[in-house]
Design a protein around this ligand. Structure first.
Ligand SMILES: Cc1ncc(COP(=O)(O)O)c(C=O)c1O
Length: 264
C-alpha cells in the first residue's frame, strides 16, 4: 500500500524524495551561521531561477497569495491606477488585492481560455497615467500562458511598473526577469519549485529603482540609473546543511541550465 494518494492537480505537486529527505532533517537554529550561509545561497539561487542577476530576492514563509500581496503592496499607493492583464481567477484575485490597497483597477480580459491582445493592453495602459501593470504568467484556473515580455514592454514604454504572479510558472515556464524588464515578480513553493506548500519559500524578486521617480506615467522613470546593482551574497559552497528550499532550487537551476545547454 502506498503511503499517500497521488496528487494529480497543478499544485501542490508531488515532492521529490531528495526534497522530502531535506525536510526531514533536524531543524537548524535560525541564528546558526550555517543557516545564514544556506539562506544566502537560496537568495543567489533565486536570482538564477528568475534570471535576475541584479534583482533583489526576498524569501519569506507563507502562501502564494501572500507573495502576490507583498509584491504589489510595496509599489501601490492609494489612488494609483493599475491595469490587470486578466487571464482567469488569479488575475481577479490580484485585482481584489490591488483594490484593497486603494488602487483604481482596470481589468483587460479576453474570453475564457484566451489572453487579451497586446494592442488592447496598450490601449488600457495608455488611456491614463498608470502606475502598475500586473500579469499572471500562467493562470492555473484557465491554463492561459500570458505574454509577459510583451506586457512588460508596454508597461515600460508608458512609464508604468510591471508585476508578475509566477506562482504557477516560475521554474516551469521561460521567464527572464532582467532581460524582459519585469520590475517585481512573486512565486511560491508548491508548484514547479517543488517544495511543500507554505514552506519557508515565497519568492519575491524586485529591481531596486529610484522610487521617487516612479510616479505613474512618468517617462523620466527610466532616465536615471534603473537598476541598483547589489553584490550577490558570497556564500561558500554549502554542504553541511540543506534546508528544504535549497534542494529544490538546485534542481530547478539544474533543469534550466540543462535546457539552456540543449538550446546551444
Ligand atoms: C497563478 C496563481 N497565483 C496565485 C496562487 C495562490 O497561491 P496560494 O494558494 O499559495 O495562496 C495560485 C495558487 O494556485 C496560483 O496558481
Amino acid at each position: 500500500m502506498t503511503e499517500r494518494s497521488l496528487l494529480m492537480i497543478p499544485g501542490p505537486i508531488e515532492v521529490e524524495p531528495e526534497v522530502l529527505r531535506a525536510v526531514g532533517r533536524a531543524a537548524p537554529s535560525h541564528m546558526d551561521p550555517d543557516f545564514a550561509r544556506a539562506f544566502g545561497r537560496a537568495l543567489s539561487r533565486m536570482r538564477e531561477v528568475f534570471v535576475a542577476p541584479t534583482g533583489q530576492p526576498f524569501v519569506v514563509a507563507g502562501s502564494g497569495t501572500l507573495a502576490m500581496e507583498l509584491a504589489v503592496a510595496n509599489v501601490i499607493e492609494p489612488g494609483d491606477r493599475a491595469v490587470v492583464v486578466n487571464t482567469g481567477y488569479f488575475s481577479d484575485r490580484m485585482g481584489a488585492i490591488l483594490e484593497r490597497l486603494g488602487a483604481r483597477v482596470e481589468h483587460v480580459g479576453a474570453p475564457v481560455g484566451g489572453a487579451p491582445d497586446l494592442a488592447e493592453v496598450e490601449r488600457a495602459v495608455a488611456a491614463e497615467p498608470t502606475k502598475l501593470v500586473t500579469i499572471t504568467h500562467v493562470d492555473t484556473s484557465t491554463g492561459v500562458l500570458a505574454d509577459v515580455e510583451g506586457c512588460a514592454r508596454i508597461a515600460r514604454a508608458h512609464g508604468a511598473l510591471s508585476a508578475v504572479d509566477g506562482v504557477c510558472a516560475t521554474g516551469g515556464e521561460r521567464f527572464l526577469q532582467d532581460a524582459w524588464g519585469v520590475d517585481v515578480c512573486s512565486t511560491a513553493s508548491q508548484k514547479a519549485i517543488g517544495v511543500p506548500h507554505s514552506a519557508p519559500f515565497v519568492g519575491v524578486s524586485l529591481f531596486l529603482r529610484p522610487m521617487k521617480k516612479c510616479k505613474a506615467g512618468d517617462p523620466a522613470r527610466d532616465s536615471g540609473p534603473t537598476r541598483a546593482t547589489l553584490e550577490p551574497p558570497r556564500c561558500p559552497d554549502e554542504t553541511t546543511l540543506l534546508p528544504r528550499p535549497l534542494a529544490s532550487l538546485d534542481r530547478v537551476r539544474a533543469r534550466r541550465l540543462g535546457r539552456r545547454a540543449r538550446r546551444l
